[in-house]
Design a protein around this ligand. Structure first.
Ligand code: AMP
Ligand code: ZN
Length: 492
């Protein structure tokens, strides 16, 4: 299945192919670990996960590198405020980030690169830039990239940089979006700040050089795909191109993917607006990790996703529908044979699903035929016209769906448990939905034991006790389903 993906650099949808004909080499800018990740960050990481899962499903081997920015202005500022060295400040957020990725079902990239472990590569690159006249040192011992040395500057973001001031400099990692200035490659050591003693002086890297050095370290001078959120296009990615290509004279990456920024309730997410959510905030409100995943990936990556709580409720209902159908499919008994209508629908749904993902990762169009197939299969089952071969055909479509969407198989219990545990440690129990707290205090074994007691009570015709147990469990968010094969339960 070919993968066609919009390429910011060419300005059109291009086929994504490995240059070496073997393995797709991709680099995605990772988190800056100065705080917990918010749902905007995870929207971007999830879309990249959807891409990598689809490539794998299509049989394409991949080598995916993600960096961890564990030294930058924000980290230095926050660590100083907390009164600890950055090496003591960041591990908590690195761990939290991976826990959050696990909760959301985001697969680990093949390689995870930490900025603080690649300082020597950054220094080497700056030295090479100095050799070709693209880097210069200032009096205080910092190093800057000379924009005038790279005439192609702006080719990714297509910005008109004609008003660019020669020699004007900027040393902060993030700067105004409309001006282009010589930017810091290396910042001279300041008292109290983390720094490294190196052949280019004592100091620390700028943010942009980190990604150039780490991507080339693991993927070579030129690789297939570079990805990140749309805010990174300029100046971060433009700067990466300038730093790398000034030395290699080869395209850093052939394909550039940018994920559109997420809005919340129609507005930019911000702490001061009160619409800022980390993944943990949502889990503590009682939303399942799978529902958050589905809500964040169901709008294609180039479209603006407007995150709302109604959207989360819809995602929760959609997952329930899929899981209920899946257990009907797995547990049901079906007669031998096949229903041609179901067979044809399964084949068509599968084709449409793959085609939509292959078409610039259109997740909205990809999920629609799957839900349609579920509807049609449910009807066929109700009418007794669903057979053994239909089960196989439909199960294989669902497996293909879940290889990318990853929401049918239920992994929701552990992230919920961990989030509540975390809230206890952080003194945030007030933020935990009461129903969730009650639910978490019940272990699976305790629920089984209560249900066994209820069963005994019914057999002894002590219906008041049986009802009381049901009520108690329901209040704690446990859904009990009595069926002829016995009793089943799930957490709400
Ligand atoms: P950061 O940790 O700030 O470096 O960001 C990590 C990733 O999240 C980057 O790829 C950003 O572009 C992306 N990102 C940040 N905010 C948002 C947002 N509101 N919507 C989508 N992606 C975002
Ligand atoms: Zn980067």
């Amino acid at each position: 299945m070919p993968m066609r993906l919009f390429n910011t650099l060419s300005g059109q949808v291009d086929e994504l192919v490995p240059m070496d004909g073997k393995e797709l080499r991709m680099y995605a800018c990772g988190p800056t670990v100065y705080d917990y990740g918010h749902i905007g960050n995870f929207r971007t990481f999830l879309e990249i996960d959807v891409l990598r899962r689809f490539l794998k499903l299509s049989g394409m081997p991949i080598r995916h590198v993600m960096n961890i920015t564990d030294v930058d202005d924000k980290i230095i500022r926050n660590a100083a405020a907390a009164g600890v060295p950055i090496g003591e400040y960041t591990p908590k957020y690195v761990n939290a980030f991976f826990e959050d990725l696990d909760a959301l079902g985001v697969e680990r990239p093949e390689i995870i690169a930490r900025a603080t472990e690649a300082i020597d590569r950054m220094v080497e690159l700056i030295q090479k830039l100095a050799e070709v006249g693209a880097a210069y040192r200032t009096e205080d011992g910092s190093w800057y990239f000379r924009l005038k040395a790279f005439p192609e500057y702006g080719k990714l973001s297509k910005k008109d940089l004609s008003g660019m001031e020669d020699g004007a400099r900027v040393d902060v990692d993030e700067y105004e979006k409309d001006s282009a200035r010589d930017f810091a490659l290396w910042k001279a050591a300041k008292p109290g700040e983390t720094s490294w003693d190196t052949p280019i002086g004592r100091g620390r890297p700028g943010w942009h050089i980190e990604c150039s050095a780490m991507s080339m370290k693991f993927l070579g001078d030129s690789f297939d795909l570079h990805a990140g959120g749309e805010d990174l296009m300029f100046p971060h990615h433009e700067n990466e191109i300038a730093q790398s290509e000034s030395v290699t004279h080869k395209p850093l990456a052939h394909h550039w993917m940018h994920v559109r920024f997420l809005l919340v309730d129609g507005r930019k997410m911000s702490k001061s607006e009160g619409n800022f959510y980390t993944l943990r905030d949502l889990l503590l409100k009682g939303y399942k990790a799978s529902a958050i995943r589905l809500a964040l990936i169901s709008v294609p990556y180039r479209h603006q996703l407007n995150f709302t709580f109604d959207g989360l409720v819809d995602a929760t209902a959609a997952i329930d529908r899929l899981r209920t159908f899946n257990s009907r499919l797995v547990k049901g008994t079906f007669a031998d044979g096949e229903n041609p209508e179901v067979q044809a629908a399964a084949k068509k749904a599968h084709e449409d699903y793959l085609a939509a993902l292959g078409n610039d990762l259109n997740t909205a169009e990809a999920r629609a035929p799957i839900f349609e197939l579920v509807r049609l299969s449910n009807t066929a089952m109700d009418q007794g016209k669903f057979y053994q071969s239909d089960r196989e055909a439909v199960a294989s479509v669902l497996a293909s769906f879940d290889a990318v969407f990853a929401v049918i198989e239920d992994h929701d219990t552990e992230p919920m448990r961990r989030a509540v545990e975390w809230a206890k440690q952080e003194g945030r129990l007030d933020d935990v939905a009461p129903e969730l707290l009650a639910q978490q205090s019940l272990t699976d074994e305790a629920i089984d034991a209560l249900l066994a007691e209820r069963d005994q009570a019914k057999k002894r015709r002590e219906f008041a006790r049986a009802d009381q147990i049901r009520k108690e469990l329901t209040e704690k968010g446990i859904i009990i389903e009595d069926s002829k094969d016995g009793v089943r339960w799930k957490r709400k």
